[in-house]
Design a binder for this molecule. Structure first.
Ligand SMILES: *[C@@H]1O[C@H](CO)[C@@H](O)[C@H](O)[C@H]1NC(C)=O
Ligand SMILES: *[C@@H]1O[C@H](CO)[C@@H](O)[C@H](O)[C@H]1NC(C)=O
Ligand SMILES: *[C@@H]1O[C@H](CO)[C@@H](O)[C@H](O)[C@H]1NC(C)=O
Ligand SMILES: *[C@@H]1O[C@H](CO)[C@@H](O)[C@H](O)[C@H]1NC(C)=O
Ligand SMILES: *[C@@H]1O[C@H](CO)[C@@H](O)[C@H](O)[C@H]1NC(C)=O
Ligand SMILES: *[C@@H]1O[C@H](CO)[C@@H](O)[C@H](O)[C@H]1NC(C)=O
Ligand SMILES: *[C@@H]1O[C@H](CO)[C@@H](O)[C@H](O)[C@H]1NC(C)=O
Ligand SMILES: *[C@@H]1O[C@H](CO)[C@@H](O)[C@H](O)[C@H]1NC(C)=O
Ligand SMILES: *[C@@H]1O[C@H](CO)[C@@H](O)[C@H](O)[C@H]1NC(C)=O
Ligand SMILES: *[C@@H]1O[C@H](CO)[C@@H](O)[C@H](O)[C@H]1NC(C)=O
Ligand SMILES: [Cu+2]
Length: 614
């Protein structure tokens, strides 16, 4: 108690002390649905304080960010993930429903609090799962920009700093998409209707079935995004992708880009004409406004890795003082050939740690796990799997189940440690695509060094292998290498880059290739590792790692209140919860039933209080 008081006083001192370095950045957000026309087509969009993309979080290294978010979605659960923030000491603030918290229910307010301990370019986005799993692609996302400490000099110079998020955009609701994915026969939504640059795109409204009320190209909400530049000045563009599906190529007409940062780590600079970027990745590129200043230039995004049926994403580089809406006089440059993997692999290989910022890595690992990525069927339904296991989330979030030793709430059978790659033909459709589901997790020895080898394979379609961007929560990993074809455990590790590997939190697994990663299991908590394509994760393409659970501090009660996380269910259901803030230990509604937060022991025979789940 005394210590707590002391800590509180110290804390107060830190806030009010005039020389305080670390500040608190407070945000109050309201999440709701609104009609918007990001690509001129009007549909329901999930907004934060009326905007999509949401407000940019601006902070400095060492600051504490507090976001109080109120869920005004009426019928949808909510959770927000702070993508790239490792949540050291605050694993309950990772914002992953089912892994680190119960969902924020309609009407509830939830407080996220975490430290941004490293400068860089990061993101935030919805990470609610259950049957609402695809909230991110309905518009709930934004940027986090963490600046360096005052006395720190970055290894590159620029005059201005700008953030751009690239996305793809569907006209069908996420409900329709998710329903199709969980149907047999499978109903695939197809390719996205538009590509958005900072939340703006342009759909061709001329289709006969669209009225000007639903699709109006004169709507200012869909005027192309323009970055205004002053001739002669240098810009740092923080480019991020949060596509639901598409791998992208990003171009600036007439301007080369120098890549200097990736996922919060400095890169040994290299110049590109187009930047390949996968969902969940962030890059900083340096550009110089050194072209003919009498005109504007195109900013474009193109789909790569899938047949490009989605029209190009368009924005402008607006040279001041030209009008920002004045179209460039040229035809927008076309992107690279969509089905040529070689330049994409080459870019991945070109990304190395800046020579002054190499984080030394353990030269050996304690454990190496191969993750074979496959598309499968289970009881006839389409799934994605890792080592023949399609991941499902249990009703009780892992962090709570592990900390409270509720071992009966998820499978205790360890998931497969690897795969018999020698006997698996990655180039052909599997003769038996059947897989199984499981919610078992990988328990990692605390502080051990773990290697992950992601191995790609053919899907259930002849001559088809997809790109999977894998994202790890709670960590950055060293990227040891990429290769084509079958990983050879005797030969390939000898060629790992142990000299200057970049650290990242998201990496692509290229078609028919492999990607090898290494990380230290030194952040107590339960962490998701998953494909960042929404439909793939929804269909089971992910795993969970546990490490040092006994070192996790006391869990805040705000993350509890679902599954077995807090005691037996109390079954009554007044419908008046909507619009009312239900905070702290009050009864919480979940799946139409109330679950009390009473922390008593769970009777082994208690019925499962949850009426839905994946
Ligand atoms: C920068 O400032 C921090 C905090 O004031 C201090 O700990 C650090 O030594 C300084 N670094 C340099 C290079 O001056
Ligand atoms: C838009 O669609 C109409 C009808 O399909 C077509 O004639 C027109 O060329 C399209 N416009 C653009 C800019 O693609
Ligand atoms: C289309 O948008 C423009 C600009 O906002 C507006 O003036 C016009 O009335 C709209 N047309 C229709 C049919 O809504
Ligand atoms: C971009 O880089 C290429 C290859 O290095 C070079 O040939 C070209 O002149 C550069 N373009 C500009 C606008 O700097
Ligand atoms: C790439 O796709 C184009 C059609 O878009 C096709 O003509 C070409 O043969 C394909 N190339 C390869 C290497 O598959
Ligand atoms: C795969 O599963 C389906 C039913 O879900 C079954 O009919 C079929 O026999 C299974 N195939 C194999 C090779 O086991
Ligand atoms: C597997 O794929 C390879 C490469 O595409 C092909 O040469 C081979 O014939 C295929 N094998 C079978 C059994 O289909
Ligand atoms: C994957 O799991 C399914 C279902 O249990 C099984 O039929 C199949 O043989 C497994 N495949 C491999 C390669 O282990
Ligand atoms: C974890 O490893 C680091 C060295 O890599 C060591 O300094 C630290 O004491 C270890 N922590 C524990 C709890 O073992
Ligand atoms: C698949 O690719 C192989 C090798 O490139 C080719 O021989 C075969 O015709 C292709 N099959 C189909 C169905 O496209
Ligand atoms: Cu995937």
């Amino acid at each position: 108690m005394f210590l707590k008081l002391l800590a509180l006083c110290l804390f107060a001192f830190l806030i009010y002390a005039p020389i305080a370095e670390a500040r608190i950045r407070r945000y109050k957000w309201e999440v709701k649905y609104e009609y918007k026309s990001p690509d001129c087509y009007k549909k329901l969009v999930t907004t934060i304080n009326g905007k999509s993309p949401g407000p940019t979080i601006l902070a400095q290294e060492g600051d504490t960010v507090i976001v109080e978010v109120t869920n005004k979605l009426l019928l949808e659960n909510l959770a927000i993930h702070w993508h790239g923030i490792r949540q050291i000491g605050t694993p309950w603030s990772d914002g992953t429903e089912g892994v680190t918290q119960c969902p924020v229910l309609p009407g509830d307010t939830f407080k996220y609090e975490f430290k941004v301990d490293r400068a860089g370019t990061y993101l935030y986005h919805a990470h609610a799962h259950a049957h609402y799993g695809m909230q991110r692609e309905s518009g709930l996302y934004g940027s986090i920009r963490v600046s360096v400490p005052d006395n720190f000099t970055e290894p590159f110079a620029y005059d201005y700093d700008r953030s751009i998020i690239l996305t793809d955009w569907y006209h069908k609701s996420t409900y329709e998409q998710a329903t199709g994915l969980s149907s047999n026969p499978f109903v695939w939504v197809g390719e996205p209707q538009s590509l958005l640059i900072q939340g703006k795109g342009r759909f061709n409204c001329s289709s006969a079935s669209l009225t000007a009320d639903t699709c109006n190209t004169s709507n200012p909400e869909c005027s192309p995004y323009a970055i205004t530049v002053i001739p002669g000045k240098t810009y740092r563009l923080r480019v991020a992708s949060l596509t639901a599906l598409s791998a992208l190529s990003f171009q600036l007409e007439g301007h080369n880009m120098t890549v200097v940062e990736a996922d919060g780590h400095y890169v040994e600079p290299f110049v590109v004409k187009n930047l390949f970027i996968y969902s969940g990745e962030t890059y900083s590129v340096i550009i110089k406004a050194d072209q003919d200043p009498s005109r504007n230039y195109w900013m474009t995004t193109d789909v790569v890795g899938r047949p490009p049926t989605t029209t190009q994403g368009l924005g402008f580089l607006n040279y001041y003082p030209n009008h920002p809406r004045r179209s460039p006089p040229t035809v927008p440059p076309t992107g690279p050939i969509w089905n040529d993997t070689a330049p994409r692999l080459a870019q991945s290989l070109a990304i190395r740690a800046h020579h002054d910022f190499i984080v030394t890595l353990p030269t050996t690992s304690d454990r190496a796990i191969v993750f074979l990525n496959t598309q499968n069927r289970i009881n006839g339904y389409v799934h994605w799997s890792v080592n023949n296991v399609s991941f499902t989330l249990p009703h009780t979030p892992y962090l709570i189940a592990l900390k409270k030793k509720l071992h009966h709430v998820f499978s205790q059978t360890p998931p497969p440690e690897g795969y018999d790659l020698v006997n698996y033909d990655i180039y052909n459709v599997s003769k038996n695509p059947n897989a199984t589901t499981s919610n078992a997790i990988y328990r990692l020895g605390f502080n051990t060094t773990v290697d992950i080898i992601l191995q790609n394979a053919n899907t259930m379609t002849v001559n088809n292998s997809e790109t999977h961007p894998w994202h790890l929560h709670g960590h950055d990993f060293w990227v040891l290498g990429y290769g084509e074809g079958q990983f050879d455990k005797n030969k390939d590790p000898k060629n790992y880059n142990l000299v200057n590997p970049i650290m990242k939190n998201t990496v692509p697994l290229h078609p028919y290739g492999w990607t090898a990663l290494r990380f230290k299991a030194d952040n107590p908590g339960a962490w998701l590792f998953h494909c960042h394509i929404e439909a793939h994760f929804y269909l089971g393409m992910g795993v969970v790692f546990e490490e040092g659970i006994d070192k996790v501090g006391e869990l805040p009660s705000s993350i509890m209140g679902c599954g077995r996380a807090g005691g037996p269910p109390v079954l009554y259901s007044p419908p008046s919860h909507i619009g009312k803030h239900v905070m702290g230990a009050a009864p919480r509604v979940y799946g139409g039933e109330y679950v009390s937060l009473n922390k008593g022991p769970v009777p082994p025979s208690a019925p499962n209080p949850i009426t839905h789940g994946p």
